[in-house]
Design a protein around this ligand. Structure first.
Ligand code: 0X9
Ligand code: CA
Ligand code: ZN
Length: 452
């Protein structure tokens, strides 16, 4: 009897301590640090209606109480809605002071081996200072909740704007697609760590600029870690009281063309926002692309193992369909050779579904460049859906590495001859430390084009 109780208590301790590193690693503003509370709901609470109303997953159910982590704002609303709760922060504190508590900090928090916003930022900073000669860390903009949208530029002479092809790798338009943060992040780390040992990597880094934005949707990711694992959108507070805009519906190319796969309804999981680039996260990508020419891009998502290319908004081929088809098939072959996983290749609209306002339609539509959505493993929901195992992070990265390198090499080989629509002045100049200044001539050019 006593030992059963002990067991339960140590489980309780274990679960509570698990979340602490995360709480401590919250946004640099420190706001959330102070606002996260542990509460328990009384046994008589209708948990079903509570969870329908507030998108929070229970941390645990212990005894006859359910425990939740909530923000201070939520707390007010929970109170308003008439739910009876007890703040359990004393319990949290007392457990914190347990001698065993500290050991458990190393377990990785709620997101295990995956990176939270803060964990990623500190890794990117470490890389940027260790490999000063071949990379530079930029802040492209700020999320709605004031988190930084970081980009790591990897190239020789990283402080200069050189006449070199640029390739972009973007992760995490969608909050719950955690693996899509890891692949571009690990690509960045691989390029930096192997530059001095590997001739191929050195050559490729020296002859291009590789721009890596592993985490486009930091607010959504944090929400997915702490409150609701399957959250997809950003955390925009919409006019009807619902939350979130689908960042992969907020780009301007044929935005809102129809309602297929892109919704005008704020509460929808695919809400496209009030207008194109209404979301600061998406605007950060627009600024990145307005300031310099890119030759190719990959946007990582999950799940379903597919390499998709435009168009997405209509089921029609682009004029460069043969090239897109060829590059996608070559990448799928390279991927297959690593772990034997099959990625299907095709036009996004026909292989997957129609949507408008996604990143790749915009990147191709305005800049004429090959742009791919790579849907990472697993294949389907039965194999985990959005919930990839931590054990798979490395193998998914390993298989995607040669495909990414291949696209960079394509961009290098075809740099002189490729049909690039725009050429910003590429005279050598020192790039601005943080937010590069937008070229006004280009900006008005894009504005004109996009408003068409
Ligand atoms: O719907 C999306 O934004 C992407 N799939 S996901 O399951 N990760 O949400 C795919 C977008 C590809 N574009 C089109 N199908 N048009
Ligand atoms: Ca360079
Ligand atoms: Zn996605």
């Amino acid at each position: 009897m006593l030992s059963a109780r002990k067991k339960i208590i140590s489980w309780l301790l274990f679960l509570l301590i698990l979340i602490l590193p995360l709480l401590m690693a919250m946004s640099p503003s420190g706001v959330e640090n102070k606002t996260i509370q542990l509460i328990s709901l009384s046994p008589s609470t209708d948990l079903h209606s509570f969870r329908l109303r507030f998108e929070v997953d229970p941390l645990m159910v212990y005894g006859n109480k359910a425990y939740f982590l909530v923000g201070k704002k939520d707390l007010k609303e929970i109170e308003k809605a008439g739910f009876i709760y007890t703040v359990e922060n004393n319990l949290l504190r007392s457990l914190l002071s347990e001698p065993n508590g500290r050991k458990l900090h190393t377990l990785g928090g709620l997101n295990g081996a995956y990176h939270s916003y803060q964990e990623l930022n500190s890794e990117l900073k470490t890389l940027a200072s260790r490999y000063k000669n071949i990379c530079r860390l930029y802040t492209l903009g700020q999320s709605l909740e004031n988190r930084k949208i970081l980009a790591l530029k990897i190239s020789d002479n990283p402080g200069l704007v050189e006449d070199e092809p640029r390739v972009a790798f973007i992760g995490c338009h969608h909050a719950r697609e955690w693996i899509s943060v890891e692949v571009p992040f690990l690509l960045a780390r691989y390029l930096l760590e192997n530059y001095h040992q590997d001739e191929r990597i050195k050559l490729l880094v020296d002859s291009s600029e590789i721009w890596i934005v592993p985490l486009l949707n930091p607010d959504g990711l944090e929400y997915s870690i702490i409150n609701y694992r399957l959250w997809r959108k950003n955390r925009r507070f919409n006019f009807d009281g619902s939350y979130g805009v689908d960042l992969n519906r907020n780009y301007s190319y044929r935005w809102g063309y129809d309602n297929l796969g892109s919704s005008p309804e704020p509460a929808s999981g695919t809400y496209r926002g009030a207008y194109p680039f209404s979301e600061p996260e998406v605007e950060a990508i627009r600024n990145l692309f307005s300031n310099r020419n890119f030759s190719a891009a990959i946007s990582y998502h999950s799940y379903s193992q597919a390499i998709l290319y435009p168009w997405g908004y209509i089921n029609q081929p682009t004029p460069i369909e043969p090239l897109l088809q060829q590059l996608a098939s070559e990448m799928a072959d390279l991927i297959f050779r690593v772990n034997g996983r099959l990625y299907e290749v095709g036009r996004a609209s026909s292989l997957l579904y129609l949507t408008n306002g996604d990143f790749t339609d915009w990147a191709y539509g305005y800049f004429g460049i090959p742009a791919f959505t790579i849907e990472l493993p697993p294949l389907d929901r039965l194999q985990g859906g959005f919930l990839n195992s931590e054990q798979d992070i490395d193998s998914v990265f390993q298989e995607n590495l040669p495909a990414a390198l291949h696209l960079i090499e394509w961009a290098i080989t075809n740099y002189q001859t490729s049909n690039r629509p725009l050429r910003p002045q590429e005279k050598k100049e020192v790039e601005k430390e943080s937010n590069p200044v937008v070229n006004n001539r280009l900006r008005s050019f894009f504005k004109g084009k996009e408003n068409k």
